[in-house]
Design a protein around this ligand. Structure first.
Ligand code: LRH
Ligand code: MN
Length: 430
């Protein structure tokens, strides 16, 4: 058993940490709670809301210009699960891990499943990878995978996705995320209609293999690594695939995959209305697919997205915690990956809590009267509410830590990781 596993934060250290801070927490929480008639249902929703951690974002990330390791990166899937377990023991909000195949193939699925269960973790969507050529691969994905003009390349990619479903089944996952780098870099290179039809036929072959209770998430992206067209380039195209595939197919919204100034909250509202919104890859960005910390660039947009989610899910009687896939997809080029993930989780929970504070009835009334100022004031009242005491209360109610990053640093976790794993370790992933 690794020291890190032993290091899972002992209860007494959490109690000691929370005790020192309980007076401040009590004061700020009670100040907020007195004005909230439905505070207990808000706390319950926050406590139930778990966000899946991407297995490919537990090490130091980088770009084509460079990668700067901070040391102690996980060297195996086991160590990645231990790191997510450590996060979960701090914030009781990251109770799931999303694997990327072949970066994280579970060699012994039952052992991996047991280790995750021991740490209170389940497996969320598994991700296929037909955007890189593996060493022993027969056909290259240079000109695409499911869209490829060559049937044998499409078959290879279809077989890989079926393989990924089998890995997911062995771990108890119930969804596959298909993100395709397929597209073109120059006008004239691709017949868009035929590329769409070949991709749809290929997805239909994969769809046939989905177990009864499984979902397929079709992730769209506006550009990169192709820079003229992407064969699943926006929400409309993803919606088209998901609608033609069947009731198990949904769209997946990665916040960084939109063209500048796209109104993502409106996209979310309409996909929910259609019952075709499957889940999210949360991150933030100022320019492209920057994969930055959630809520670090545009927290108001994140709040507006969660407002549409709460309004739309309540309209459809959906269960907030279980009916959509909540996953992070970020890259840590400068910060400690675990601290960065704790910040992202906190930002997601704060946006969700603020969305739960919106007085929907008053807002609809103002909208029906076209009282634009009042409608805006009601919405911003919630956004301008400091929801952190609510999120913290929900966390300690289920055994979490009041200030996860503070305790993480106090316990010198990164130093322990570097001592145990070394300074130069590199985790599989991007
Ligand atoms: C593509 C993407 C996709 C993953 C990859 C790691 O940009 O968002 O979700 O497969 O990042
Ligand atoms: Mn993504």
């Amino acid at each position: 058993m690794s020291n890190i596993l032993q290091m899972q934060i002992e209860k007494y250290k959490i109690e000691e940490h929370n005790q020192k801070r309980s007076a401040d927490q009590q004061r700020s929480f009670e100040y907020l709670a007195t004005s909230l008639p439905n505070v207990n249902s808000i706390l319950q929703k926050l406590q139930d809301f778990q966000i899946a951690i991407p297995s490919w974002a537990l090490g130091s990330g980088g770009t084509r210009f460079g990668r700067f390791s901070i040391g102690g990166d996980p060297r195996s899937l086991e160590e990645k699960i231990e790191d997510v377990g450590l996060l979960h023991s701090l914030n009781r909000s990251s109770g799931a891990i999303s694997l990327h195949i072949p970066w994280d193939i579970p060699k012994n699925a039952s052992a991996i499943k047991a280790l995750a269960a021991q740490l209170g973790l389940r497996f969320d969507a598994v991700n296929s990878n037909t955007f890189q050529d593996q060493p022993d691969q027969q056909h290259s994905y240079k000109f695409g995978s499911l869209q490829h003009t060559d049937k044998s390349v499409r078959k290879q990619a279809i077989d890989h996705n079926i393989e990924v479903i089998k890995h997911g089944e062995s771990l108890g996952s119930e969804a596959i995320t298909v993100w395709l780098a397929d597209g073109s870099c120059f006008p004239g290179q691709l017949n868009f209609r035929k590329a769409f039809q070949r991709t749809l036929e290929s997805l239909q072959e994969i769809y046939q293999f989905l177990p009864e209770n499984w979902k397929m998430f079709v992730e769209y992206k506006a550009y990169e690594p192709n820079f003229y067209s992407m064969t699943v380039g926006d929400w409309g195209q993803s919606y088209l695939y998901a609608s033609k595939l069947g009731k198990k197919a949904y769209t997946l919204v990665d916040l960084g995959h939109h063209l500048p100034n796209a109104n993502i909250e409106q996209i979310v509202s309409l996909l929910l209305m259609e019952g075709k919104l499957g889940g999210f890859h949360f991150n933030d960005s100022k320019y492209g697919d920057d994969d930055l910390t959630v809520g670090s660039i545009n927290p108001y947009q994140l709040f507006l997205i969660f407002y549409e989610l709460v309004e739309g899910m309540d309209e459809r009687g959906m269960n907030h915690a279980n009916d959509l896939g909540w996953m992070i997809d970020a890259s840590h080029n400068l910060k400690d990956p675990l601290e960065d993930l704790m910040q992202s989780i906190e930002a997601i929970k704060i946006a969700y809590a603020q969305a739960l504070l919106v007085d929907q009835e008053k807002l609809e009334d103002a909208r029906n009267k076209n009282d634009v100022t009042r409608a805006q004031e009601i919405l911003q009242e919630a956004y301008r509410t400091d929801a952190r005491p609510l999120v913290a209360q929900a966390r300690i109610n289920v055994g979490g830590v009041l200030e996860p990053i503070a305790l993480y640093r106090e316990l010198k976790v990164r130093e322990h990781l570097i001592k145990e794993r070394g300074q130069k370790t590199v985790a599989t992933g991007l």
